[in-house]
Design a protein around this ligand. Structure first.
Ligand code: GLN
Length: 539
């Protein structure tokens, strides 16, 4: 088993997650079996309770863990399946240490960061290796920036770990920023030097440095970084901002020789010829689209880049699959409340209402659904998006005045969306939602069935509320279609409406299973229909 440890320096938001995911893709292209994990230094047990303003999207795995959004990149770039073991936070590490202490497992010892916390972190590394069969490489990304107090125990644990295994079984890769200073007209390597110094202070000498830069690194700059950071020249890897799509990153890093360098150091995968055709094809499709579609995402966190990450990526994958250019327009649901749907939504080829929590912007989202339904614009509602679609239909088609979800209007006369039975006694906030992958049986002839081409699908959930079965008869009589249910038919998982070109609301989150190499069928069908209608409008 080989280990690659990825750290970051100088500033945060360097795209370490994308670098880790792309390296995973490059190793897989050589036929190696890879998994990627994330260590996060914060004390929350998971990001499930954090606001999107703090943390961006919460990514949900098949086994129901609420994790860091970088795990989404790992799944989108590679064939790995993420589990709860792929996301470790300081909170989880401390929770285990404290539980052991209470159980007397430390036999009277003083419990300390070194060795008890660091041992626990190393145990997490070994445990993941045991969980997956025939694994060749584990890539471990350490969150935060070198120099932070919080990430020190993780780095110390990795340093100790690397001493215990053969030298060629581990490798440290440091991602830094190499800024261009306009006034001087020069690229500066000093921040990188300092960041590497910080790493070496704690005993870690990186083998490779991935330099995030806006401009190409000249030979002299590479030589300087190599010399002052004590890294071989081939280990200085330039990573420029991508031009067209993040999915060109594996190609760029391959050109820079990253995989070659890593494989030589770890002494694996050297005789394989990397298969890059699929990545070339993606890159070609992004540059030469045959059509276009403008998709509005109507939400509450529209100013935040990372809040709807998986949705943005799933739309991009659909564009790649359909060979169309997808323009995503973020629409503020509260702006619709202030100035009306028409002004905000006219000219869109498709409307998507994503998941969300809390009542803010709800009326605007309902208006967006109405606009899509009445004007026959392709519509995809996800989780909360399906719930507001149900409310909209109840109010404006089935005549249930003021229908609502009990999440926003507890005593409402028509609670068409209400708390799941299993949620009624729950008081704690963390890790208590209906989370993870569940089967869904699709109705033959439904739009969803056509898109998937399957009778049963498995999709990931994260919610407390659900379609209220008390209203099934009344709503279906008015024309609502129950497109999918749980196997025992107790839970409505997908709805559609009659006489509409493409209208699907799903209680689950299809975006979590969309991949660069394999777009999600619902997204693909949604974007494909939107692009087709856009074309026919113009001809
Ligand atoms: N707030 C809704 C619920 O808890 C929807 C959740 C979501 O969109 N993920 O059911």
């Amino acid at each position: 088993m080989k280990h690659i440890f990825i750290t970051g320096g100088v500033v945060s938001s360097l795209g370490k997650g994308l670098t880790a995911a792309s390296l995973g893709a490059l190793l897989e292209a050589r036929g190696l079996k890879v998994t990627i994990q994330k260590f996060d230094p914060y004390l929350n047990l998971d990001p499930g309770t954090m606001s999107p303003f703090q943390h961006g999207e919460v990514y949900v795995t098949d086994d129901g863990a609420e994790t860091d959004l970088d795990l989404g990149h790992y799944e989108r770039f590679t064939g790995c399946r993420m589990t709860r073991w792929n996301s470790i936070t300081s909170g989880q590490v401390y929770e285990r240490v404290l539980a052991k202490e209470r159980n007397g497992e430390y036999l009277g010892a003083t419990v300390q960061v070194i060795p008890h916390v660091t041992d626990e972190i190393q145990w997490a590394l070994r445990r993941l290796a045991e969980k997956i069969e025939d694994l060749d490489v584990i890539i471990t990304e350490v969150g935060g920036t070198v120099g932070d107090i919080e990430s020190l125990p993780f780095l110390e644990a990795l340093r100790q770990f690397s001493l215990q295994v053969p030298a060629h079984d581990t490798m440290f890769l440091h991602v830094t920023l190499v800024p261009f200073i306009r006034a001087a007209g020069e690229i500066k390597t000093k921040p990188t030097q300092h960041s590497v110094m910080k790493l070496r202070e704690i005993g870690i000498q990186p083998h490779a440095i991935v330099c995030r830069s806006e401009y190409p690194l000249e030979k002299e700059v590479r030589r300087k970084i190599s010399l002052f950071c004590n890294v071989r020249q081939e280990g200085v890897i330039e990573e420029l901002d991508v031009q067209h799509t993040i999915y060109e990153l594996p190609l760029r890093l391959r050109q820079e020789g990253l995989d070659e360098f890593v494989c030589r150091h770890l002494q694996i995968g050297l005789d394989a010829v990397p298969r890059m055709e699929v990545w070339e094809e993606i890159y070609r499709r992004v540059r030469e689209p045959k059509g276009r579609a403008k998709i509005g995402v109507v939400g509450k966190y529209v100013t935040l880049q990372d809040a709807y990450k998986s949705i943005d990526e799933a739309l991009a994958h659909a564009g790649i699959a359909q060979e169309v250019e997808v323009e995503v327009v973020k629409v503020d649901a509260e702006e619709i409340e202030r100035s009306g749907a028409a002004g905000q939504l006219s000219g869109l080829d498709g409307i998507l209402v994503p998941g969300g929590f809390g009542g803010r912007g709800i009326e605007g989202k309902i208006e967006a659904v109405r606009f899509a339904r009445e004007r026959r614009i392709p519509f995809l509602g996800i989780c909360l998006g399906m719930q507001v679609a149900t409310i909209e239909f109840a109010r404006h088609v089935a005549g249930m005045k003021d229908a609502n979800s009990t999440e926003f209007a507890p005593g409402v006369a028509y609670p068409v969306v209400s708390l799941l039975e299993e949620q009624k006694q729950v008081r704690q906030k963390g890790a208590t939602m209906r989370c993870g992958s569940f089967p869904c049986h699709l109705q033959p002839d439904s739009t969803a069935h056509k898109a998937y081409g399957l009778d049963v699908v498995h999709e990931r959930h994260r919610h407390r509320y659900e379609f209220n079965n008390d209203f099934i008869d009344e709503l279906t009589r008015a024309g609502l279609i129950i497109g999918g249910t749980s196997p025992n038919r107790q839970l409505v998982e997908l709805i559609e409406v009659r006489d509409h070109p493409w209208f699907v609301g799903c209680q689950f989150h299809p975006e979590f299973q969309s991949k660069a190499l394999q777009a999600h069928p619902l997204f693909s069908s949604f974007v494909g229909t939107a692009a087709e209608l856009c074309m026919s409008d113009k001809t």
